[in-house]
Design a protein around this ligand. Structure first.
Ligand SMILES: [Fe+2]
Ligand SMILES: [Fe+2]
Length: 258
């Protein structure tokens, strides 16, 4: 799979122009710091976990619900501390609402696909703790972030959304296959809706990066993107190492190493 071409086509589909600034920054950063999550070994790792570790998928669904919820809170917080970039503000608020909705969609996915895998009331308890959709929230003008920090956050969001979309791409067919036949239409609708939204999150953050790249220092942006990619490579490897330690029982090979 040509991940770079695929991401750029997702971005191109949602914009009127070719996003030359984003394309430049993205290609430059990927060349310097190839993401570990683009490696075939990473997809193999997901496949191995999903097919050989009992209870892994239901746990992933709950983990997704809680991370989507905390992501929504973080996005609303960033939105509240920006009052000088209307495009970024609109995108961040919409994004925060989407992630809050996704958290509940993952709970519903758990109920539909893995109902028997959870102890009674586990999913109700998870749902209870999810953040509410951000409505009637106010700006925190005493604690605004600089444009430099905003750019840094948006670069990180773009990377995270690319990775999230990829995870969904790996696991959606497995979720679908695990669901009882009478739940599959609903499961498919949830998965399609998640995939559409995650693509839109990649696109709006790419659009913001494109506008900064067209008016600002493109080289510096590519350096920042590359630096953040390297951070996320480290997080990703640490996360996979933990999964191997927790669930591998010595059976999983090092799928991430060179
Ligand atoms: Fe999401
Ligand atoms: Fe997202």
């Amino acid at each position: 799979m040509d991940h770079v071409a695929e991401i750029l086509s997702v971005v191109a589909e949602s914009t009127d122009n070719d996003s030359p600034g984003y394309v430049d920054v993205f290609r430059n950063a990927i060349r310097r710091t190839p993401p570990v999550f683009f490696r075939q070994k990473y997809a193999d790792f997901f496949w191995q976990c999903a097919t050989s570790i009992r209870g892994w998928l239901p746990r992933v669904v709950v983990a997704c619900a809680t991370t989507e919820s905390s992501g929504s809170r973080a996005l609303a917080d960033i939105w509240s501390r920006v009052d000088y970039n209307k495009d970024a503000e609109a995108g961040l608020l919409e994004h925060a609402k989407d992630e809050s909705r996704h958290a509940r969609m993952f709970v519903e996915l758990g109920r539909l696909a893995f109902a028997k895998a959870y102890d009674a009331n586990v999913l109700d308890a998870v749902e209870e703790c999810l953040s509410r959709s951000p409505k009637n929230i106010n700006k925190n003008t005493s604690c605004l972030i600089s444009e430099e920090t905003l750019i840094d956050y948006v670069v990180q969001l773009n990377i995270v959304e690319i990775r999230t979309r990829l995870h969904l791409h790996f696991l959606a067919p497995v979720y679908y296959a695990c669901a009882p036949p009478n739940a599959r239409i609903k499961v498919e609708s949830i998965l399609r809706s998640l995939a559409r939204d995650e693509a839109s999150h990649v696109s709006y953050t790419a659009g913001l990066i494109d506008s900064w790249a067209q008016t600002g220092d493109r080289k510096k942006l590519a350096e920042l993107y590359s630096l953040r990619l390297s951070d996320y490579n480290e997080h990703t490897i640490a996360h996979c190492d933990k999964a191997i330690h927790d669930y591998g029982q010595g059976l999983l090979p090092d799928l991430i190493g060179d």
